[in-house]
Design a protein around this ligand. Structure first.
Ligand code: TXA
Ligand code: MG
Length: 365
């Protein structure tokens, strides 16, 4: 396998926010796509990923939630390369991925009993713990803050890569900043192909939405970002949590909670309808044209109206989370102007999914 070659080129990129074209210098690099669907390929993908990460390069890797763009968490330069590739604002801290609670303890200056209990209950898995940082964690990782987010992912390939490296990996989701997270290697290539040296294809993500982020530096602890490890499950382990994400001292506790996040290009609306007539009326009021609209339904499936696409996602929170981002990516690929999502059950198990839909529906003005 040849290493990534830098080729400076002039690129025309469409500025998505304004629909205008902007020309700027960018460095296009060849992106290796490494399959991991057979034991020998898996082993060589892990080996190559470790080699690149040891050299301070960035590599997109599968986790059980979404694909992450990984870099050596000890290296400020490597982490800066992640921010550059994503176009991520420097004020948004990244999660440090570890292969064990022991490695997590090395990243933090305090490891309270609650962290130990949660790690035992949910790691490896989609729970991220925010704790006071170790001194050696670069400012680039914490965005200059005094806390660091740590998580032990459940995808065996990611775990093997961390073990092979022998150091923790800083990894945000492998998408362009504020766009929908990737749940397949193909999604990563579409967003970051030509900008990063390597993507490991570990199949589709089994959870499908980002981890639950829990702040353990405040009392009582508080969920900053809901995920598929629900508050009720966390409370069963450590007792009562504080109420809803909040703003502390004028600054967002978790910048990833910025309203517009996880946003597809198509305008997203969440709607409830009783029948197709009702749906048609509501769409008319909103100025939504069926022929340019994708529908994500789980219960009342529209059959008559001439939509661009009608996707049926099972009315089951786990299955829904797994399918959601792939459907949002599909709507954008089809060039839809609108995505109409059938309103979800108002139930704690759907909380994290409803949160992502709310953010996807929020437009910047
Ligand atoms: O499932 C996931 O968490 C995926 C996979 C790759 O692990 N990662 C992910 O990373 O979603 P990212 O960077 O896209 O989102 C991390 C979230 C952001 O909302 C960020 O603001 C928050 O975690 N975060 C990171 N460090 C933090 C800290 N020290 N304090 C508060 N929030 C933090
Ligand atoms: Mg993200």
């Amino acid at each position: 396998m040849s290493s990534a070659r830098d080729k400076a080129r002039k690129v025309v990129r469409r500025s998505r926010s304004r629909g205008r074209e902007a020309v700027f210098e960018e460095s296009i690099i060849r992106t290796e796509l490494l399959p991991a669907d057979r034991p020998a390929r898996w082993a060589s993908a892990v080996e190559r990923a470790v080699e690149l990460l040891r050299k301070g390069q960035v590599v997109a890797l599968p986790t059980e939630t979404v694909y992450g763009l990984a870099a050596d968490a000890r290296s400020a330069a490597a982490v800066r390369a992640v921010f550059r590739a994503k176009g991520r604002p420097a004020h948004n801290p990244v999660i440090v991925h570890v292969e064990s609670a022991e490695m997590a303890r090395d990243c933090v200056s305090e490891w309270p009993p609650m962290a130990e209990s949660l790690a035992r209950a949910f790691w490896p898995g989609p729970l991220t713990l925010v704790l006071p940082r170790s001194k050696w964690i670069p400012d680039e990782v914490t965005a200059g803050g005094e806390t660091v987010a740590v998580r032990c992912p459940r995808h065996p390939l990611f775990l093997e890569v961390i073990r092979g490296c022998g150091f923790p990996l800083a990894a945000p989701s492998a998408n362009r900043s504020s766009e929908v997270s990737p749940t397949s290697a193909e999604h990563v290539l579409k967003a970051l192909g030509g900008r990063i040296p390597c993507v490991v294809d570990g199949g589709e993500c089994s959870v499908g939405i980002e981890s639950t982020v829990l702040d353990l530096t405040i009392s009582p602890p508080q969920v900053l970002r809901p995920g598929m490890i629900h508050e009720e499950s966390i409370e069963a382990v450590i007792g009562r949590l504080g109420a809803g994400p909040r703003v502390a001292g004028g600054a967002l506790r978790s910048p990833g909670l910025l309203a517009r996040h996880y946003a597809p290009r198509a305008r997203l609306v969440v709607l409830a309808w009783v029948g197709e007539r009702d749906l048609e009326r509501n769409l008319g009021k909103l100025g939504v044209e069926p022929a340019r609209t994708c529908v994500l339904a789980h219960d009342r499936i529209p059959r008559q109206l001439n939509f661009l696409r009608v996707a049926v996602i099972p009315r089951d929170p786990e299955a829904y989370a797994r399918a959601l981002y792939a459907e949002l990516h599909r709507c954008d690929e089809l060039g839809a102007c609108w995505t109409v999502v059938e309103a979800l059950p108002d139930d704690a198990a759907w909380h994290a999914i409803a949160d992502r839909l709310r953010r996807a529906a929020t437009r910047q003005t």
